[in-house]
Design a protein around this ligand. Structure first.
Ligand code: ATP
Ligand code: MG
Length: 221
């Protein structure tokens, strides 16, 4: 089991946002989270990604490969996110002053991996994503689909155990969304990572290995 979250609760300003959520994700498995706007999907993803803590309760636990993600210092969490968790959001979030290759390499440089190794991995990923002819393009010179594929390569550069995506194809037209979803399946399998994706896209959700439906912060069948 790569990720095991048990009894996650979240309250903000006395609003109950998540109520007793538990989920597990294995290597090479894609779990889709669906549900109406305001159901708590992004909040759950933020918590799984250690970007915010859950409510502190006795029975809550979140384990990444058997290591607890709760109660760590900010610097330990930052290092863990950099090395073990890849994030993909609806907006690509690429840095405009860097080209595609540099954007992809950046998390590897932050992780202080050898530059040669990072460059090889970046080339490998960008080739898999069909972007070898766009290495020196800055984000503003790329199409929406290309920008999002660069963001995927960036999320995967450090071989994360867990990849979290929040509406990754939300800004794409359907051919581009379809192509991105196909790539997710190929990459998750060959990189053997666990993948949790929040999506309104029926096609993507239906292809997931499991679907978790949220409504008003609760899991529904
Ligand atoms: N700081 C806050 N204080 C109070 N309530 C909040 C706060 N932040 C978020 N919420 C509420 O938490 C609920 C869940 O928000 P969240 O962003 O997780 O929903 P979502 O399922 O991702 O929705 P969407 O599909 O629109 O992205 C919403 O009802 C939101 O209004
Ligand atoms: Mg959301």
């Amino acid at each position: 089991m790569v990720l095991k979250a048990s009894h996650v609760y979240k309250t903000k300003q006395n609003v109950r946002i998540l109520e007793d959520i538990s989920l597990t994700v294995s290597a090479a498995e894609i779990v889709a989270i669906t549900g109406p706007s305001g159901a708590g999907k992004s909040t759950l993803l933020q918590i799984l990604g250690t970007l915010e803590p859950p409510d502190s309760r006795e029975n809550t636990s979140i384990l990444l490969e058997d290591h607890s993600l709760l109660g760590l210092s900010d610097s330990a969490l930052a290092q863990l996110r950099n090395r073990s968790i890849g994030f993909i959001f609806q907006h690509h979030g690429l840095l405009s002053e860097f080209n595609a290759l540099e954007n992809v390499m950046l998390p590897g440089l932050i992780a202080k991996k050898p530059q040669k190794e990072i460059k090889e991995q970046a080339h490998y990923l960008l080739e898999r994503l069909g972007l070898l002819h766009r290495l020196t393009h800055k984000p503003q010179a790329l199409s929406g689909g290309e920008q999002q594929r660069v963001a995927v390569a960036r999320a995967l550069i450090n071989n994360p155990k867990l990849v979290l995506a929040d509406e990754p194809s939300g800004n794409l037209d359907s051919p581009n969304a379809y192509q991105l979803h196909e790539l997710f399946y190929e990459l998750v399998e060959s990189l053997n990572c666990a993948f949790v994706v929040v999506t309104h896209n029926e096609e993507l959700a239906s292809k997931a290995h499991r679907i978790l439906k949220l409504r008003d912060g609760r899991m529904v069948d």
